[in-house]
Design a binder for this molecule. Structure first.
Ligand code: VG1
Ligand code: CO
Length: 563
């Protein structure tokens, strides 16, 4: 067969191709614009360091959550990889890979990195969001140094390379080989089972017979929210571990997620919450579109906050074979806005603790350096150093392992945890799709207020509660491994009793602004630990809303989502 031609296409830069908290996310029509996606992919491919490519056998892993436009994007990426001299691309069947599965496959097959097609929890469909994220050879999201280089490249791009004549059969497992004009070696595309490598990894981490025995006695309900996790739930939970047939709900991936937000929280996964209230299931779990987030519910709809979930897993990590083998946990970490429950466990177990900015990319260096085993974010992200992404399914398997070992229900496990370590009450208010101007104004005002000379020592009251300011700043992080500095990572008010209020603008939205307000407060009084978080945190919430003038500036009386 004649070699396929490489085409050099002239292009001009697009504004705003700056990767956010987790990749570049824009409405689908923006990605569909001529050259838009190609510009970003070329910028990404051009910024992969030669040494990393070499070490990774010039191989990339590609896949995504099945959302609208993904198939087109996969074909385009393959054509561009071929034209740019990559030697091999490994793709999940039909383009499907969960985000944790991509991380797993990159590591397992020692690839140079991967490209993940997802906008995660953002809605999909023709008018929903699409996203492209680049992961490096450790399997984790590219750190800021790399994403900044990609962004700079997008600002001056003049051309991209593509082999328009290549079309891959994404449905057939096995390899397809192409000869690209001017290249000494063939270009290979390997289509692999979307679940297989990930399943094998789970077998190494967890004890399948123990979990299978547990699932013979209790019922689990797993809601994939029409995202990528359907095939993983069916294959691993149902087929391998014997969960009952009614365990798997919304497990057929849809390119518009059935018109919903594939976001596993109390608002968008309300169906699961209601089903759990029937009392028929011991464990309820939900995943986001790309499978890196998880929500954990106990019988009756008992909600485990993500900040508590990671703390409970850390405190009970001796129930998980992976950590038994490695002699326990080396370190714990959480993102700055995440509730402080994990810090208490670190203290108790005398394990080092790290606080990083929002976004999983900040955990990678610590893991690579062998300093971090278990970490989490309040945004329903939980994971460990088994890969370099948060991993929703791993969290579920961890909970099942703990339930089996402790012979206790979700609620009992959490109550026992609070009794031992105290309870951090946590809530997050999201104001989605606010106009950018008032959102920025509010952030600027709050920053000025809390970094002012007279702020520390100020007292704020609501009802009979008074809080005295200990500290106010815009969070700056210095990576302990490579010394890189990340500034402006969230406005933080810390009170003398350790309670915290944090304001951030989301870096994953695609239009307007989303304001996130986080409130975290610690309680040792056992009598108060069973109270409702919203009731307990009400005074701080009111203080935060008043001090920020959020309602007045945005015109929003109520948040879109309360967690
Ligand atoms: C949000 C969360 C953050 C998470 C990120 C990606 O970012 O707050 O904790 O890492 O989403 O998650 P932001 O900038 O919108 O607050 V995922 O599952 O959307 O890739
Ligand atoms: Co996600």
């Amino acid at each position: 067969m004649a070699p396929v031609a490489v085409l050099k296409v002239a292009t001009t830069p697009f504004e705003g191709q700056k990767p956010g908290t987790s990749g570049l996310r824009k409405p689908v029509p923006v990605f569909q614009g001529e050259h838009y996606a190609a510009n970003f992919v070329q910028s990404t491919l051009s910024c992969i360091p030669a040494a990393e490519l070499q070490a990774g056998s010039h191989t990339l892993v590609v896949g995504g959550d099945g959302r609208y436009y993904m198939q087109d994007a996969v074909q385009m990426i393959v054509r561009m990889c071929a034209a740019n001299g990559l030697r091999k691309v490994i793709i999940g069947q039909n383009g499907i890979f969960s985000t944790p599965a991509v991380s797993c496959v990159i590591r397992k097959r020692s690839a140079a990195g991967g490209i993940i097609l997802t906008a995660s929890h953002n809605p999909g469909g023709p008018n929903g969001d699409f996203g492209i994220k680049y992961n490096i050879s450790n399997g984790g999201p590219a750190p800021e140094g790399v994403t900044n280089a990609i962004f700079n490249y997008t600002k001056t791009i003049k051309e991209y390379l593509i082999c328009p004549d290549i079309t891959v059969d994404l449905a057939s497992l096995g390899t397809q080989t192409f000869q690209v004009a001017g290249q000494p070696q063939p270009f290979v595309v390997e289509i692999v089972d979307s679940v297989e490598d990930y399943l094998q990894m789970c077998r190494d981490i967890f004890d399948f017979p123990t979990i299978k025995a547990l699932l013979a006695t209790i019922k689990i309900r797993a809601d994939a929210m029409c995202g990528v996790m359907g095939p993983y739930v069916r294959r691993i939970l149902c087929q391998e571990l014997g969960a009952s047939a009614d365990a798997a709900v919304r497990c057929d991936p849809k390119d518009d997620f059935g018109g919903h937000h594939p976001d596993p929280n109390l608002t968008y996964a309300a169906d699961l919450v209601n089903t759990m209230k029937t009392g028929d299931y011991e464990l309820g779990v939900a995943f986001d579109g790309d499978g890196d987030r998880n929500m954990i519910l106990g019988r009756g709809g008992f909600f485990v906050t993500p900040s508590d979930s990671v703390a409970v897993i850390a405190a009970n990590c001796d129930c998980i074979p992976y950590f038994q083998r490695t002699g326990g946990a080396k370190g714990f970490a959480r993102s700055m806005p995440t509730g402080g429950a994990l810090d208490r466990v670190a203290e108790g177990l005398k394990v080092p603790m790290f606080e990083v900015p929002t976004g999983w990319k900040f955990f990678g260096n610590l893991m690579d350096a062998g300093k971090l085993s278990i970490c989490g974010e309040e945004s329903f992200g939980t994971g460990s150093d088994h890969i370099r992404e948060k991993d929703g399914f791993w969290a579920v398997m961890s909970w099942l392992s703990i339930m089996a070992a402790r012979k206790a229900s979700v609620e009992e496990i959490v109550q026992t945890h609070w009794a031992k370590y105290g309870r951090n009450f946590f809530t997050r208010y999201d104001y989605e799709n606010v106009d950018a101007a008032p959102a920025n104004q509010m952030m600027a005002n709050v920053e000025q207020l809390i970094t002012g000379a007279t702020f520390v020592g100020k007292e704020f009251s609501h009802g009979d509660k008074t809080y005295k300011v200990a500290k106010g700043d815009n969070f700056t992080y210095t990576d302990p491994i490579d010394g890189s500095v990340s500034t402006k990572q969230g406005l933080r008010i810390v009170f003398e009793d350790g309670s915290r209020v944090i304001f951030r603008l989301s870096g994953t939205g695609s239009v307007g602004a989303t304001i996130r307000m986080y409130v975290d407060s610690y309680e040792t009084d056992a009598a108060k630990q069973k109270l409702d978080a919203q009731v307990m945190l009400k005074p701080l919430v009111e203080i935060a809303l008043k001090l920020s003038q959020l309602r007045e500036l945005t015109g929003r009386d109520q948040p879109t989502v309360i967690t």
